[in-house]
Design a protein around this ligand. Structure first.
Ligand SMILES: [Fe+2]
Length: 446
């Protein structure tokens, strides 16, 4: 699956250790006039201006010890009139609400030692899911409505049987909940099996030579544990189970293309949205949209590798509550790495991108002398490469020297996105935690 890039276009396809005591408590997401809303309820934020002098910071922080309150975030910068006052502004986020006696005591003590103290308001950010099951309220509207087959050049446009089949499979996705025991299995038709039988063995011939080692390793595991075989279409449930037992990722079936925000937000919970239908049998090597083959052959194996899956997770976490303007930037980053990324391996370019590994045309083209190859720099990709073809092969690809290099440049870019809070994923509780008081409000982009 790929996030939708732009309406009307068809896409192919300061984190630190946080102790238990610094978990954010958010009110559950609730329907509020049909809009989603949440507010963290147990954090206080303030700015304290302290004159630069020996031991003053220790003295200020000692107040939190005195009242047994945990700081969740601290940041400092010279105050506006530093040259004259020699004072610093300290931005402090800590546990507790204004009504708590300990919080009032802290404010009182800090006021006595500071030049100014300002109690901060609650920034509003675009709503985002705060626990795994919030995702059940997302993905209910896909771009293109209904079956997604609206365009005359879609191979299935005039095939009523195919359209009805797509609707049947889409309805399964709409009804699915992450609380369900398993993803419903599809009994694939002979036409659908024929598409798989045509594509999988042929694509597989490319993998040994052109895919990164990690991909080839997991394809073997998928054949052993997930029903990958030349004469069998694998089931999302089997792949999801395997992923949960290895990297903690899971699959959620989806009816079609999601908004960028919904698609990326799910990645923060290690949830990958996957279509379950198969492209039209008349053109087995072509699909104008992501389908099961793209998802399970392209994305599946890389989600089973801890290192590569981390790239998707970082992009997912960065998308939570991020300003709208950063969504297409994250989209470009995802496109040129997770979808079309290349990585050097023993001096050779190898593919790890799902859009390459699931496409005959892309596999031939990207290992020819035709395209340009650029070094992966996340800032450059996000700022200068947000326009790219979605229905032809890529004119250029971004290559990283190693997975670690790709991770580092993506991490740096994600950390640079301005956001009023920091966010952490709690693997055990499948929740995200924020380090300050915020309100999540549903917006058009949510
Ligand atoms: Fe994709």
């Amino acid at each position: 699956m790929s996030p939708a890039i732009k309406a009307g276009k068809r896409p192919f396809c300061m984190v630190s250790e946080m102790s238990q005591s610094t978990q954010a408590h958010t009110t559950p997401s609730v329907a509020l006039n049909s809009k989603k809303y949440f507010e963290t309820t147990d954090k206080t934020s303030l700015i304290v201006t302290l004159k630069d002098s020996q031991g003053i910071l220790n003295k200020a922080l000692g107040v939190f010890d005195k009242y047994g309150v945990c700081l969740t975030h601290i940041q400092s910068k010279p105050s506006k009139f530093y040259k004259k006052t020699k004072a610093y502004d300290f931005y402090l986020d800590f546990e507790g609400c204004y009504e708590d006696e300990s919080v009032r005591n802290i404010i009182s003590d800090l006021s006595k030692m500071s030049k100014h103290l300002t109690l901060c308001g609650t920034p509003q950010v675009p709503w985002f899911p705060t626990n795994l099951y919030d995702l059940d309220s997302t993905g209910k509207e896909i771009l293109g409505e209904g079956t997604g087959i609206q365009e005359a050049d879609h191979p299935g446009f005039r095939d009523e049987v195919y359209k009805s089949r797509r609707k049947y499979i889409s309805d399964i996705a709409y009804k699915y909940s992450l609380r369900d025991e398993e993803i419903p299995r599809i009994e694939y038709t002979d036409d659908e099996l024929g598409v798989w039988q045509h594509c999988y063995p042929k694509l597989k011939k490319h993998f040994q030579k052109n895919a990164v080692k990690e991909y080839n390793d997991t394809i073997k595991q998928f054949e052993e544990h997930c029903g990958f075989a030349e004469d069998n279409v694998p089931q999302l449930e089997d792949i999801s189970q395997y992923l949960q037992n290895t990297t903690g990722w899971r699959i959620r079936p989806v009816a079609g293309l999601l908004s960028q925000r919904e698609f990326f937000n799910a990645l923060a919970f290690k949830v990958f949205h996957s279509t379950q239908y198969i492209r039209h049998h008349s053109v087995p090597e072509y699909t104008p949209e992501p389908d099961l083959l793209h998802e399970v052959i392209g994305h599946g194996p890389m989600l089973a590798n801890e290192d590569y899956a981390e790239l998707s997770h970082m992009i997912g976490l960065a998308s939570l509550g991020c300003p709208d303007k950063y969504l297409p930037r994250l989209g470009a980053l995802y496109w040129f790495t997770i979808e079309f990324g290349l990585c050097m391996e023993a001096g050779q370019r190898k593919a790890y991108g799902a859009g390459i590994l699931s496409s005959f045309g892309e596999l031939d083209w990207c290992f020819s002398d035709g395209p340009k190859f650029l070094n992966l720099d996340a800032e450059d990709v996000a700022e200068n490469h947000r326009d790219y073809p979605i229905s032809t092969v890529q004119p250029y690809y971004f290559v990283s020297d190693s997975w670690a290099d790709a991770r580092e440049t993506i991490r740096q870019y994600c950390d640079s996105i301005p956001r009023a809070f920091n966010v952490f994923y709690n693997e055990e509780s499948k929740t995200v935690e924020v380090d300050r008081k915020i309100k999540g409000i549903y917006t058009e982009s949510t």
